[in-house]
Design a protein around this ligand. Structure first.
Ligand code: ATP
Ligand code: MG
Length: 451
């Protein structure tokens, strides 16, 4: 591999690739900031005579003084050579063959330098009509590897051999200027892999960087290329975009660039000039709440987010079906099917989550019915909390009965036994059916019902 690398003087596809080495005393990365497991892998590869670099988000985030999410490693060792060095190694991936070194739950990903897909080696690289990369398993030199990475700030390599940073695309400068800049011709790079458009937005929001002009320019027009991306990949990407702590900002940026519309075609028709539709309001609320939970170190549930985002489109569809004679319950069931079937075409929400989304939606129909033992039984349901949290959000947006109902449930949960019983008695039969025409007079004389 080393020999091949030296003899094969890399020709550069992009003129903006040229190496700057920042020596150990010219940067602020120290080994203490790198996880023990990542260091172990780097040193073992290096000790066996291979080149070993930390690369990508790990280097970028360390240079920014942030704690990286994970540490990715790049090397000139082939996957098979890597496997021989580590007992705890698994080779994965079809599109890219990668080595996973397992340390319990911690997994260090090691990738062999990738070469140019343009060099049509037999059947190792394939492109679709639209110029999209389908298969991509050509190994190469480190400078070829750098060229194939997406953004300049993601193409910096920390060399475990001498602790220097190899910067191939001016990433250090862009990092200082706080710029997201694609390597190469943006139009070509987005066509190769349209997900790079989403990644540009994600990093801009997360790092609070600007997107360099030429990198930003083609996005709006090329956004529809995302429709050709497998829905499973887009689902994963959607979670990274919206559930990594910067969801609100990311959504607004995505929308500006016509990207949100591709991932959520059912929501796009609800967009208004002044961001005033109920769907837009719920997006702001749920994404803000999600960001806050992440900030507080709490867990976030994708099902809750999707349930909130798709609720008003679902209700619109349900109302349509009711106007054609379906009962409220049947209409909602049918509308849920329609909306979820459609949404999974762009983002493949796993079944366990679509089941929860349905439960949260159904609870919106059940929560008004609180008489007798119902309130107690509802509270015992698994998804009660999620259903209630969403009811509160709707209350904020819709006001009126929904807000009062959310308030009732809030009080009920924190109330003691006697108070709870009184609250249930107060309801009597009046709201045991939502939308009942004949309202019975509440049994309690002093009917201070929360409704
Ligand atoms: P983070 O892990 O914080 O989200 P990251 O930059 O590490 O950010 P990963 O998805 O882990 O992102 O990818 C690791 C590296 O692989 C990137 O830094 C980049 O160099 C390269 N890379 C990832 N996805 C692409 C892509 N679609 N096109 C080109 N290069 C990519
Ligand atoms: Mg990473």
């Amino acid at each position: 591999m080393n020999k091949k690398e030296n003899s094969q003087k890399a020709h550069h596809v992009y003129s903006d690739i040229s190496l700057h080495v920042h020596t150990r005393d010219e940067h602020n990365i120290s080994r203490k900031q790198i996880s023990d497991n990542a260091l172990k892998v780097l040193y073992r590869l290096n000790g066996a005579g291979y080149d070993a670099y930390l690369v990508g988000g790990g280097v970028r985030d360390l240079l920014l003084g942030e704690q990286p999410k994970d540490f990715d490693i790049a090397t000139n060792a082939t996957p098979e050579q890597i496997k021989k060095l580590f007992r705890n190694c698994r080779l994965i991936g079809r599109r890219f063959r990668l080595a996973h070194i397992m340390f319990g739950r911690d997994i260090i990903e090691v990738a062999t330098f990738r070469g140019h897909h343009q060099e049509q080696e037999k059947n190792v690289s394939q492109q679709s009509k639209e110029g999209m990369l389908l298969r991509d398993n050509v190994y190469g030199s480190i400078d070829e590897d750098a060229e194939r990475r997406d953004f300049t700030i993601n193409a910096m390599y920390y060399n475990i051999g001498d602790y220097s940073i190899h910067d191939y695309a001016g990433g250090v400068e862009d990092l200082n200027d706080r710029l997201i800049r694609l390597i190469g011709d943006p139009d070509v790079r987005y066509r190769e892999d349209p997900v790079r458009m989403l990644r540009a937005i994600r990093f801009a929001a997360k790092l609070d960087f600007d997107i360099e002009e030429d990198t930003a320019a083609p996005i709006e027009d090329l956004a529809p290329l995302l429709r050709d991306i497998p829905s499973a990949r887009l689902y994963e990407e959607a979670l990274k975009l919206l559930q990594s702590g910067y969801g609100l900002e990311t959504y607004h940026l995505m929308r500006e660039y016509n990207l949100f519309q591709q991932l959520f075609p059912l929501i796009a028709p609800h967009f208004t000039e002044d961001y005033s539709s109920q769907t837009e309001q719920v997006l702001d609320l749920v994404l803000d709440a999600t960001d806050e939970r992440i900030e507080e170190g709490k867990r976030v549930n994708p099902a809750f987010m999707f349930a909130a985002m798709l609720w008003y489109p679902m209700m619109e569809s349900a109302k349509e079906l009711m106007s054609r004679g379906l009962s409220e319950y049947d209409a909602m069931m049918e509308a849920s099917n329609i909306i979820l079937d459609e949404q999974v075409k762009s983002t493949a929400i796993p079944r366990r989550h679509t089941a929860t989304i349905r439960e949260i939606w159904q609870l919106q129909l059940r929560l008004p019915r609180r008489s007798g033992k119902r309130a107690y039984r509802l509270m015992e349901l698994n998804k009660f909390r999620a259903g209630f949290d969403f009811l509160e959000m709707r209350g904020e947006i819709e006001g009126g009965e929904v807000a009062l109902l959310a308030k009732w449930w809030g009080t009920f949960q924190s109330a003691g036994r006697n108070m709870r019983q009184a609250m249930v008695n107060d309801i009597g039969g009046s709201s045991s059916r939502s939308g009942s025409r004949r309202r019975r007079t509440p049994k309690a004389k002093n009917a201070k019902s929360a409704e």
